[in-house]
Structure formats: C-alpha cells, structure tokens
Design a protein around this ligand. Structure first.
Ligand code: ATP
Length: 698
C-alpha cells in the first residue's frame, strides 16, 4: 500500500485556521477577494490580545510614549511630503499574454527552451473566412435580420473584390463596407466579435498593407515535458490579442534557458520590462471624481504621527526623547499577495515613532555620545561583546541614535520572546548599506522563520520580515516642515543652557556637523544650492537658541504577520492517550497563555447533572470578569479537551463529583486543572483558582 502523502505544514495550518475559526477568506461566498482576510472568533481574540500587549508594552507601561489614533484617509499632501505619491512603488513586470503582474524581485528562476518569435503575419484569406463565420455566429445569436444583411454584404464584397492576401488596394477600397461590418460586430455580445471589430477599424485606419504584419517579438519558455506546439499556441494567442488574427508565426530561434527570472511562472511567456507600480489605493473625497479630490487609503500609519507631532508635543507633557505609538489599518495594493496572510492588501500596523535628540545636541548637553557598542557592549551590526556594566538597557542621557536604535531592536525582540516566539525562531537582519532607504541610517529587520521562508545553503530557514526597526534621521519631520510650511522643530531648554557653557571650538565643531547634515538632506531632496545653504545655516544657528528638529527611531510591526508567526510557532502534532488510555494523535496550538484566544475552558463532567452544572457556572462566573473563559458542556470530556487543544486554550478546569464532595469532604470545592501542553492534571481549590491562573497567564 502506498504511504499516505505528507501534507505540507502550511496547508495543515491554513486548514486548521478555517476549521477552528481563526482566519477566513474575505467574501468567501462570492469566491473570495485576493489579498483580503477575515478573522473568525478565535482569530479576533488572538488579534485583540496581540494589539493590547503591544499597546501596553510600548505605551501604557512607559512614561516616555503616548498614543495616537488618526484617520485612514488624510490630506494627500501628507503622501506627497512622505514621498509615497512619487516613489511608493514596486517594480513590476507583466505577462504580455495574460496581463498578470508579478513583482520583479519575486519571480522564481526557471529553465527550459525559449521559443523566440520575431513577429507574425496575418493570413488574410483565413481572416476573411473567420469574419464570415463570426457574422454567421451573430446571425444565430441575436439580431438575425441585421446580421443576415451584413453577411450578404460581406459575401458580395468578397466575390466582387477578391478580398485575399496581397490585394491590399482592393481591401482599402472597401473601407465603408468594412466599417459597417465592424460597427455591427462591435455591438454583438461576444469578446471575440468585438476584438475582430477593433481589428477591422485598425486595418481601415492604418491601411491593410501596413496593418497585416507586426514585428513585435515574443518568447515562450518551454519547460520539460511540454510540447513545442504549446509554445506556438501561446505565441499565436499573443498575436491575436494584439489584433493579428490567424497569424502566421515568424519563428526566429530557440534558446536554452537556465535560472532565468524573465518568464512568467504560469504562462511561461517572456515578461515585459520592469516598471514601477504605485501601491497606494486611490479614492475620491466628496461627490466629484476629479483629480482635485483624489485621496489615498493610508499605506502606513506612521505619517499621521509625524503630521500630528506638534499637536501631541503641545498638548502632552512630553519632552524629547519620547515616542508616539499608533495601531491601525494600512492598505497596499500589493502586486502579488501571497503566503496566506503574510502579504495582504489590507492589514494592521503597530508603529512607534520614537523621537530623539540629534547626536550634536546629545554631545552639547552630555559632553559625549555613547554609541551602541559603548551602551550595550556590542557593535551596532550584531556581533557580541561584554555589556557595559550597570547600564545595559536603561536609556541614558548620552545615548546617540545608534544606542537608541539598538535599544529598540532589543526591546522588540524581548517583546516577541515574551509572547512565545523564542529567539531561535527570529533573525536580526541588519540591512546592508546598499539596501537602505536613502534617508535611513540603519534598519534592522526582525525576521521570523516561517515554514515558507527560503533556506540558506546549510538548509536553515532564512526568515521573512515581521518588523522593521529603522533609524530615519530627521527626514520625515523635515519633509512635513517643508511641505506644510509649519515649523516642526522643538525648543529644548537644556540645550540652550548647555550651549552657553561650551567653548567656541566646540560650538563651531557641533554647528558645522549639524550644518553639514542639514545641507545634505536639503540638497538631496532637491532644494536649490544657495537656498539650501541659507536654510542649513539658519538651522545650525538654531542650536544656540535651543532649537532643533528631532530624529526618529521607528519600530514598525504588522499585526497579521505576527499572528501568522504565532500560529506557525504554536502548531504541534503529538500523541496523547484517549479516555481509554489508547494513544491518539492530537493537534495542539501551544500559544503562550498571554496571547491564547481563550485562557481557560470550564467543563462540567456531565451536562445532565444539575449540581455539576450549577457549580461549573459558578466557576465560569468567578473567572469571567478577569479572563476569556469558554464554557463547554457538550460531548465526552476527552473530546472537549481536544477541542480546546486545537483552539490553543492553555488550561481547562473540570468540575466533577469530587468537586461536590461526593468522595469525601477533603475534595469538596476542588477542581481538576488540566494543562494543555502535557495533559497534566492537578487538583486545586476553587478559592485558589483565580490567583493561580492569573499567575500562569502572566
Ligand atoms: P515588505 O518588504 O515585506 O513588503 P516593507 O518593508 O514594505 O515589507 P514596511 O513598510 O517596513 O514593510 O512595513 C512595516 C511592517 O508592516 C512590516 O514589517 C510588516 O510586518 C507589515 N506589512 C507591510 N506590508 C504588509 C502586507 N502587505 N501585509 C501584511 N503586513 C505588511
């Protein structure tokens, strides 16, 4: 007997997510909509827990971070200033046959033989036959009288004028009749008839001699096992789509192909050159659909934070360094949504913009700028070394951008560990200088080793991005200052006081560095040289008055990617004895109790014993105000445990006859506490239950 085929892990996870109500395809009853996902009862709880944990860790439990909740649609000026209107694009390539698009950097290499065609010639005799057939087809379909008249017209034309290959002048002379036929076909409800009609119009316009052949090249990759005729068929379809019906192919050559990313993965047709494709969803505000009313669904939450920076600063008692946190929806019209929810078109982001003093300001105040190596005992790009005694993770006044950046990378990794993603499942990837956005000084991508991640040469999963932690300099605030004309700088009394104490050499050294950095930004963003020099000088002069534009460190995470990582990390299959002691395979989601959608299942042993049910409901009501409880009295107890295992519920409390004191007074008001991961069962007092569970959930 053949071995049953191993189902890939991702397929099992996707199926469990649907079966148990974690994730559903959006609009599934209408066939779904690509790149959009809904979260079912368990998924909604999981998401809520993740967002709440992030919000608590990043804002509520810190003195130096406040929150914001901005709108999804904002002034389009914001996206001009941020650069999204002009440059938020992926390089995309299109299959010229199917019109399907792929991201240029995501085409898997393929090999085979390329069939290259240098053009095609329309076969006029066959085209005329086709035209005749198409008109007859229209006779069957609809307006029979009209169609018959057109067919008669065409027949007489053909007989009289000998409309055939090479007789271009005759063809041209019949423009009026062809126009009539084209008009008729364009009204027939058939894409083919309409395509033929447009072909006729083109031929009339250009003249048949010019129109009947094309030099447009196309190449089709023939993969192993495919017949050369399939390449020719695709080429013919390509030329027909261009309007050259019944084409005679001009076959150029064949070429061996190895590891090429030039062909569409499905059709095998050679892709168009890469061109940028803006990822923002466009809409109109108000009833008039004009260019003036264009607006965008935000592609990230961060820009609202920069745009509201001044309002937050002026209305809260915060001082640099401080951060503004926001959680909210973002939308990107991704070219190829894929890997389940990993790349969606609608998703949520959890972003912090943490504003810090520029290094020149830190130096003026603290006399020195501690780098990441000094602050953490590690060089900025990874490696290890001794931690600086006493100050490993406590922010210090002498921290420059490097130390703050490393600090946030560490904080974020700690966060992931705290919700059950072990460090071994994560990768801290420092972007190479050539990969950095032009305004970024450093970016660390925190990757999770998803089952679909690529593997390195040692076979290790390389991971995919969960979060980016970027040191973005003062780029964003500066851009909004320039575009809005509103000042985005801060006044810092500490700086003003410290500046007065500096000697002249120090002052001019720091001013010069600040001036150079500002000038570099201004010229890079297209400000004309003389104006840039003047503005940079004003900015540098501002230091003496305690003024500067803050720099920013941005940890930016996606909710859906984190949910997917938690799902992948939690999925286990193991063996556990059933009620009769027979080992059976179970699926268990080993979520950390902090994120688990349901914290505890409350189960009366039997549902038809009123005393048991009453007690169980008492236990449910005791716990419910403090955690998400699921009450389940349906089915055998073993099956109920399995249901909770699949939902990832870390604890189950069972109320049995011992609870009622039937086996002796010492067990009265005790319950069984079952642990999901190993099936262990403890006997605990109901009175201790809440504190015990609270402690374990953490
Ligand atoms: P990628 O390179 O994977 O497209 P990105 O670098 O463009 O991601 P950022 O602009 O840095 O992503 O967005 C911050 C975070 O938002 C990402 O780390 C990710 O968690 C999340 N995110 C971005 N795009 C998507 C998406 N299409 N679907 C789900 N989450 C996303």
């Amino acid at each position: 007997m053949a071995e049953p085929k191993e189902i890939p892990l991702m397929e099992k996870i996707v199926s469990l997510c649907k079966r148990r109500g974690f994730i559903f395809q959006s609009s599934e009853i209408y066939g779904g909509i690509n790149g959009f996902w809904d979260y079912g009862p368990l998924g909604a709880e999981l998401k809520r827990n993740v967002k709440e944990l992030w919000w608590n860790t990043m804002s509520r439990q810190r003195d130096d971070v406040v929150g914001l909740e901005a709108t999804i649609i904002m002034s389009p000026q914001i996206w001009k200033a941020s650069g999204h209107v002009d440059t938020f694009a992926d390089m995309m390539r299109e299959c010229p046959l199917t019109k399907k698009r792929v991201r240029a950097d995501q085409v898997e290499p393929q090999g085979g033989t390329a069939y290259c065609f240098s053009g095609a010639e329309m076969q006029i005799d066959e085209f005329m036959d086709l035209l005749s057939e198409e008109i007859l087809e229209a006779v069957k379909k609809g307006d029979a009288e009209e169609a018959k008249r057109k067919h008669e017209l065409f027949k007489s034309l053909r007989e009289k004028e000998k409309l055939e290959s090479g007789r271009f002048d005759e063809l041209d002379q019949q423009s009026q009749s062809f126009k009539e036929i084209a008009k008729f076909l364009s009204q027939v409800e058939s894409p083919r008839a309409q395509a033929i009609a447009s072909q006729l119009y083109q031929a009339i316009k250009e003249g048949w001699r010019k129109h009947y052949r094309t030099n447009e090249p196309v190449a089709v990759l023939l993969r192993s096992g495919e017949h050369p005729e399939s390449a020719r068929k695709k080429a013919r379809q390509f030329y027909e789509a261009l309007g050259y019906f019944v084409p005679k192919l001009e076959e150029d050559r064949t070429e061996p192909i190895q590891d090429s990313t030039d062909f569409h993965p499905e059709s095998g047709v050679k892709l168009s050159p890469a061109r940028p494709f803006n990822l923002m969803f466009k809409t109109y505000v108000g009833p008039v659909e004009s260019e003036d009313n264009v607006a965008y669904l935000r592609p990230e939450t961060a820009q609202a934070i920069f745009a509201q920076f001044k309002n937050v600063l002026d209305s809260s008692r915060v001082k640099v360094p401080f951060g503004i946190a926001q959680i909210g929806k973002a939308f990107r019209n991704e070219v190829t949504p894929r890997n389940y929810t990993f790349r969606s078109r609608e998703f949520e982001q959890m972003e912090l913009e943490f504003f810090i003093k520029p290094d020149e300001v830190v130096e003026a105040i603290a006399g020195h700028v501690a780098t990441a190596a000094e602050a953490f005992g590690v060089p900025p790009s990874g490696g290890s070394g001794p931690a600086k005694a006493g100050t490993p993770n406590e922010p210090q006044p002498d921290w420059g951008w490097q130390a703050w950046h490393k600090y946030w990378v560490e904080e974020r990794i700690k966060f992931y560990e705290g919700i059950g993603l072990p460090r071994t499942t994560l990768v801290e990837y420092w972007q190479k200088p050539e990969e950095l956005a032009h305004y970024a000084r450093a970016t660390v991508d925190i990757l999770f080793k998803f089952p679909f991640s690529k593997r390195d040469e040692k076979g290790e999963l390389m991971g995919e991005e969960l979060e980016g932690v970027a040191a973005r300099s003062d780029f964003d605030l500066s851009q909004h200052e320039r575009f809005s004309g509103k000042p985005m700088g801060v006044f810092d009394e500490e700086l003003r006081a410290a500046w007065g104490e500096l000697d002249d050499a120090k002052k001019s050294g720091l001013s010069k560095r600040y001036y150079d950095a500002r000038l570099k930004y201004l010229t890079k963003t297209g400000v004309e040289q003389a104006k840039a020099e003047k503005e940079a000088k004003e900015d540098a002069d501002g230091l003496a008055k305690g003024q500067y534009i803050p720099h920013v460190i941005e940890p930016s995470a996606g909710v859906e990617r984190l949910i997917l990582a938690l799902l992948c990390n939690a999925y286990y299959e193991d063996t556990m004895p059933d009620e009769k002691g027979k080992p059976e395979t179970r699926v268990v989601m080993k979520f950390h109790p902090r994120v688990a959608p349901i914290k505890v299942g409350v189960l009366p042993l039997l549902k038809n014993k009123p005393d048991l049910v009453k007690k169980a409901l008492e236990v449910r009501d005791l716990l419910r105000p403090h955690m998400n409880v699921f009450y389940d009295d349906a089915g055998a107890i073993g099956r109920r445990y399995r249901r909770q295992d699949e939902a990832g519920t870390p604890f189950c409390v069972t109320i049995d006859f011992d609870t009622l004191g039937e086996k002796g007074p010492e067990l009265k008001d005790t319950v069984t506490l079952r642990h999901r991961d190993d099936g262990r069962q403890d006997r605990v007092r109901i009175a201790d239950l809440l504190s015990l569970l609270n402690e374990r959930i953490g």
